[in-house]
Design a binder for this molecule. Structure first.
Ligand code: ATP
Ligand code: MG
Length: 184
């Protein structure tokens, strides 16, 4: 079989906020201070805040998602992660924000509206910004307020998620607004 024929026709995708170096450092410092030793820590390169999970997306829909992102605006703002929470059912330990900045809430709403028009059925639950620090956390961990981690929000990304022996591997496929483009 040719390499072409082996190419998957679907990818697991999600829109997210991706931390810059300074935010990663601040999160790692907080992770150290909290002294967490439970579950499976999320590797530094995988830290993110999911805006909208899409699931399996056929290749031919990728351009539509990018065109949607092209049309959306995101005013600069700041997410303040001010709490450690243990979500028992998904068994994750995460940093959460008590307040959702208006520009981020608006972006998530527009993403939901946009992907609905493309045939997706986005999550109905209200958006709760969270940065997962560890998974498979099955023993109780006390929730608490933390010294806030400030995350300046300038752009958002579309990410592909692959799984291998090491766990999840993420690839950034695009970054918006385009005017601030620094990567894919
Ligand atoms: P793994 O599944 O290997 O533990 P992961 O959850 O980080 O790792 P994905 O399952 O690909 O990798 O998920 C990518 C992102 O989308 C994560 O932030 C995850 O929490 C979120 N996500 C995954 N599934 C859903 C879902 N059904 N609804 C909402 N968000 C989801
Ligand atoms: Mg998962």
């Amino acid at each position: 079989m040719s390499a072409e024929a082996n190419k998957p026709s679907k990818n697991r995708l999600f829109f997210a906020l991706w931390p810059d170096e300074a935010v990663i450092e601040a999160v790692e410092r907080m992770r150290g201070e909290l002294g967490l030793d439970q579950g499976r820590p999320v590797p530094q390169e995988n830290l993110h805040i999911t805006l909208l999970f899409l699931g399996d997306v056929p290749d031919e829909t990728l351009d539509d998602l990018k065109a949607l992102a092209d049309r959306l605006a995101l005013a600069s703002c700041e997410i303040v992660l001010d709490r450690l929470e243990h979500w028992v059912r998904p068994a994750v330990l995460c940093l959460t924000a008590s307040e959702v900045p208006e520009p981020v809430a608006e972006l998530v709403n527009q993403l939901k509206r946009g992907v609905r028009k493309l045939g997706f059925k986005p999550e109905k639950r209200p958006f709760r910004p969270h940065l997962t620090l560890a998974r498979k956390v099955r023993r109780r961990v006390g929730e608490r307020q933390i010294e806030p981690v400030r995350w300046p929000v300038r752009d958002f990304v579309l990410v592909k998620s692959d799984r291998d022996d090491q766990g999840s591997r993420y690839t950034i496929l695009g970054r918006w607004p385009r005017s601030r483009e620094a990567v894919p």
